[in-house]
Design a protein around this ligand. Structure first.
Ligand SMILES: O=P(O)(O)OC[C@H]1O[C@H](O[C@H]2O[C@H](CO)[C@@H](O)[C@H](O)[C@H]2O)[C@H](O)[C@@H](O)[C@@H]1O
Length: 743
C-alpha cells in the first residue's frame, strides 16, 4: 500500500479526517511563498517595503494559493452532504475556499474563522488581490475574528473597497451581500481544558515540576514561551529584563527569566536568533555569576509535559509580541497555575495565584482584564510591569488569577465551537427556503439569495403587462434609479430625456418623477419633457405637466426648526472634511458622499441621534438616504405622493390598470409601502398589474428588483419602443441613441 493510502486510511480511521495532498513544489509556492511570505507578514501589519522583510507580490504564488484552495474545495465536494453538513474553514491559508465551495453548493452552510490578526484597512489595501480575498470571505455565512479590532478592520475594508456597510441588530453584526446576510463573530479561541488537565495529572509532569522546583529553589521565575519569529518581541522582553536588573539590584541573584523559543522555519530566524543569543549572553555576563544565570534560553522544541511544568512553577508569565492573533500561552499558564492542588511555584506561594504581563497587540489581550497590559515597544513600561508583577501583594495576585481562571475555564475550546456553531446555525436557518442563483465570474462570483416573495423583475413579464394595459401610472425615482448614485454629473442624459418623452407621448401613461430634489432643479433638468409630472422635495411640491403651476397639498408654514437644525449641520460639516449642507425650500440635507466613508457614516449616525433629540417637539423628522441625512417636515413623504396620485385617478373613475413604482433608496420604501396599502384599500380599482420595484438587491418592501440603472433604462426602452417608432423620429434621426446602446 502506498504511503498516501496508508496516511489516508489512518486519518480516516483515527480522526475521521480526509487529507488534501499537495505536491512539494506547489506546497512551497503556496505555503512558504504566498501564505508565509506574503499574507502572514501583511496580516501582521508589515508592508514589504524592503524585500528581505516580506516578499513582494508574486502572481505565480497567488496562483498556487488559488490552486490549493481549489484542491480543498474538490475534497470537500467529495465528502460533503451539502444539505445537512456545516462547513467551517479555518485561517488565512484558505481565504479563497468559501468562493469555490459556494460555487458548487449555493445553499451550503459555511463558516470561516481567521486565527491571525486582520490588518488596518490602509495596510490591507496594499494587497494586489485584496478584492478577491474579501469577496472570497464574503461567500461564507459567518466570519469569525479574535478581537473587535480585527473585525472592525475587515468591516472597514468592506465599506471602503466594496461599498458594503454593516448593520447591527440586537447585538449582532451583519453585512448585506446580495440578499444574504454575512454574520460577523468576535470571539477569541479558547484552550482545550480537558487535555491540559490530563497533562497536569500525569506523573511525568509532576516529576518535571519537582525537578524544576529543585533546580530553581528560592528563585522567582518569570516565563516566556514564544515561537521564534519576528513578531514575538523576544528581544524587547530581554531589554526590559536587563533594565529591571539594572534598576533593581534586589532582583539580582533571585530573579530568573526562562525563555522558551520554539524553533520555526522562517528565513528571518537566524537574524533574530543571533540578536537574542547576544542579548542573553550580555545580561548573563553583566548580572550573572557561576551559579546564577538571570536568563535561561531554551532553543529547542519543548514537550507539552515540560511546558506544563514550566507554567506551573513560574510566578509570572510574560508575552511581549508586537503583533499576534491566536496566542494561547496566557490561558494555558493560568490553568496550570490553578493546577490540581497546592504547592505551586518555587517561591513558596501555596495559594492559587498568577501574574500575567501581556502585550496590547495580541488577540487574547482584551479578554484578560486582570493582566498587566503593556506596549512592548516601551521598555520602561515593560520593565515597570515586571517589577509590579513581582512585588504585587499575594491577595491581588489571587484576585487577578481568579478572574482569569473563571474566564479561561468557561471560555474554552468547546465553548468557542459551541458559540460559533450556534451563530452559524441561526444565521443559516432559512437557507433551504431561499431562492438562490450564482452570478459573476472568477472571484466576483457570489450568490444572489432572495426571500420567497422577492424576485427579479422579468422584462418579458412587465413588458407584456405594459402592452396589454391602457391606463398606466408610472412613478420613477430619479437619483440612483434613472442615474447611477456614483455619477458626478447627475443631469439627465439625452437618453433619459428621450425615454421619458417617449413614455409621456403615449396618452395611456401618467408619468411622474418622484424625487427628493428641489423643484428648481427638477424644472431645469426636465425642461425638455413637457408632459412629464414632477414631484419635488419628496412630494411637498407637485406639478402635473410643464404648463401647469406647482401645487402643494401640505399646509405647512412652520419651518422654525430650520434655525435649530442649520447650526448643528454646520458644526458637523466643519468637523467632517468633504461633507456639505444643501438647503432646500422645505428641507435641510447633510451630504457626506465625498467624506471618508467610515468617518462619514460614523458622523451620520451621531448626527441622526443628535437631531432626533433636539427635534423631539418640533414638526420635523430626520431621514437617512444614500450618503445623506435629511431633515424635512413631518408628514412629507414619497408615500403620500404615490397614494395621492393613485387616489386622484381612482376618484376620477379612471383607476390605473398598470402601476409601476420604482426607486432605490429608503425614501422610496415609503412609496412601496403606501402602494401596497392603497391597492388593498381599493379593490374596486381593479389594479391588475402592480409592479413595486427596488433598484439593487437589498431588503425591501418592493416585490421586485432590478440590478441597476442600466436595467431600469433598458426596461423603459422596451416600453417606449412602439411610441418611438411612431412618434419620436426626431431623436432617432439625430442618432441620440440606438437600440444596440440600450440593449
Ligand atoms: O429620495 P431621492 O429622490 O432619492 O433623493 C434623495 C436626495 O437626492 C439628492 O442627493 C443625492 O445626490 C447627491 C448629489 O449627487 C449625493 O451627494 C447624495 O448622496 C444623493 O443622495 C439631493 O441632493 C437630496 O436633496 C435628495 O434628498
Amino acid at each position: 500500500m502506498s504511503q498516501r493510502k496508508r496516511v489516508t486510511r489512518t486519518l480516516l480511521e483515527k480522526f475521521n479526517c480526509v487529507p488534501v495532498f499537495v505536491a512539494s513544489d506547489l506546497r512551497r509556492k503556496y505555503l512558504d511563498g504566498f501564505c508565509k511570505h506574503q499574507l502572514w507578514p501583511l496580516f501582521h501589519y508589515m508592508l514589504p517595503i524592503i524585500p528581505d522583510y516580506g516578499e513582494r507580490f508574486d502572481r505565480s504564488l497567488w496562483q498556487a494559493y488559488v490552486t490549493v484552495n481549489v484542491m480543498f474545495a474538490n475534497t470537500v465536494t467529495e465528502v460533503i452532504n451539502s444539505e445537512e453538513d456545516y462547513v467551517w474553514v479555518h485561517d488565512y491559508h484558505l481565504m479563497a475556499l468559501p468562493t469555490f465551495i459556494r460555487r458548487r453548493f449555493f445553499k451550503v452552510k459555511l463558516g470561516f474563522f481567521l486565527h491571525t490578526p486582520f490588518p488596518a484597512s490602509d495596510i490591507y489595501m496594499t494587497l494586489p488581490v485584496r478584492e478577491e480575498i474579501l469577496r472570497g470571505l464574503l461567500n461564507a455565512d459567518l466570519i469569525g475574528f479574535q478581537t473587535f479590532d480585527y473585525a472592525r478592520h475587515f468591516l472597514s475594508c468592506c465599506s471602503r473597497m466594496l461599498g458594503i456597510h454593516f448593520k447591527t441588530q440586537r447585538g449582532y453584526i451583519g453585512l448585506d451581500y446580495f440578499g444574504r446576510t454575512v454574520g460577523i463573530k468576535i470571539l477569541p479561541v479558547g484552550i482545550h481544558m480537558g487535555r491540559l488537565m490530563d497533562t497536569l495529572g500525569y506523573s511525568e509532569t509532576q516529576a518535571k515540576i519537582d525537578e524544576l522546583k529543585t533546580q530553581y529553589k528560592d528563585k522567582v521565575i518569570i516565563l516566556g514561551v514564544d515561537d521564534l519569529d519576528i513578531f514575538q518581541g523576544i528581544s524587547l522582553k530581554l531589554l526590559a529584563m536587563e533594565q529591571l536588573l539594572k534598576e533593581n539590584s534586589k532582583w539580582r541573584g533571585k530573579l530568573v527569566m526562562v525563555q522558551i523559543a520554539n524553533p520555526t522555519s522562517t528565513q528571518e530566524v537566524i537574524e533574530i536568533q543571533d540578536e537574542i543569543r547576544a542579548s542573553v549572553m550580555h545580561i548573563n555576563a553583566e548580572f550573572g555569576t557561576e551559579e546564577y544565570k538571570p536568563v535561561v534560553l531554551i532553543e529547542q522544541q519543548v514537550s507539552h509535559i515540560e511546558r506544563t511544568a514550566y507554567y506551573t512553577v513560574s510566578d509570572c508569565c510574560i508575552v511581549t509580541a508586537v503583533r499576534d492573533g491566536l496566542n494561547l500561552i496566557p490561558y494555558e499558564y493560568t490553568v496550570c497555575r490553578h493546577g490540581s492542588g497546592s504547592g505551586l511555584g518555587v517561591s513558596g506561594a501555596d495559594s492559587k495565584q498568577s501574574t500575567l504581563i501581556i502585550s496590547e497587540f495580541i488577540g487574547c489581550s482584551p479578554s484578560l482584564s486582570g493582566a498587566i497590559r503593556v506596549n512592548p515597544w516601551n521598555i520602561d513600561d515593560v520593565s515597570g510591569a515586571m517589577h509590579m508583577a513581582l512585588t504585587m501583594p499575594d491577595t491581588e495576585k489571587e484576585m487577578r488569577h481568579e478572574k482569569h481562571y473563571k474566564y479561561v475555564s468557561t471560555h474554552d475550546i468547546a465553548h468557542w465551537v459551541r458559540s460559533f456553531m450556534g451563530d452559524l446555525k441561526n444565521g443559516t436557518k432559512s437557507h433551504s427556503e431561499r431562492r438562490c442563483w450564482g452570478i459573476g465570474l472568477g472571484f466576483r462570483f457570489r450568490i444572489v439569495a432572495l426571500d420567497a416573495g422577492f424576485r427579479k423583475l422579468s422584462l418579458e413579464h412587465i413588458t407584456s403587462a405594459y402592452r396589454r394595459t391602457k391606463n398606466r401610472l408610472i412613478l420613477l425615482d430619479y437619483d440612483g434609479t434613472m442615474v447611477p448614485c456614483n455619477s458626478i454629473d447627475k443631469t439627465p442624459t439625452l437618453e433619459v430625456i428621450s425615454l421619458l418623452n417617449a413614455l409621456c407621448a403615449d396618452s395611456s401613461n401618467l408619468v411622474f418623477i418622484v424625487s427628493g430634489r428641489s423643484r428648481d432643479v427638477l424644472h431645469d433638468w426636465f425642461a425638455p419633457c413637457k408632459r412629464l409630472g414632477l414631484s419635488a422635495e419628496h412630494g411637498f411640491f407637485n406639478r402635473w405637466q410643464q404648463d401647469q403651476e406647482w401645487t402643494s397639498s401640505m399646509c405647512i408654514s412652520d419651518f422654525d426648526w430650520k434655525e435649530v437644525v442649520y447650526p448643528v449641520l454646520q458644526c458637523y460639516t466643519e468637523s467632517t472634511d468633504g461633507s456639505s449642507i444643501e438647503a432646500k425650500e422645505t428641507a435641510l440635507v447633510w451630504h457626506y458622499q465625498d467624506a471618508d466613508p467610515d468617518f462619514g457614516s460614523w458622523q451620520a449616525r451621531e448626527l441622526r441621534v443628535h437631531l432626533e433629540r433636539i427635534l423631539a417637539n418640533k414638526p420635523a423628522v430626520v431621514k437617512s438616504g444614500h450618503c445623506i441625512v435629511e431633515v424635512k417636515p413631518q408628514g412629507v413623504s414619497k408615500g403620500t405622493v404615490a397614494e395621492e396620485l393613485l387616489l386622484s385617478q381612482v376618484k376620477a373613475g379612471n383607476p390605473p390598470d398598470f402601476l409601476l413604482c420604482i426607486g432605490d433608496d429608503r425614501s422610496d420604501e415609503d412609496m412601496f409601502e403606501s402602494i401596497a396599502t392603497a391597492v388593498k384599500g381599493f379593490p374596486e380599482a381593479s389594479l391588475a398589474d402592480v409592479f413595486a420595484c427596488t433598484v439593487g438587491q437589498k431588503p425591501s418592501k418592493a416585490k421586485y428588483y432590478l440590478e441597476d440603472t442600466v436595467e431600469v433604462l433598458k426596461m423603459l426602452h422596451e416600453f417606449s419602443m412602439p411610441s418611438l417608432l411612431q412618434e419620436d423620429h426626431e431623436w432617432r434621426n439625430h442618432g441620440v441613441f440606438s437600440c444596440s446602446k440600450l440593449c
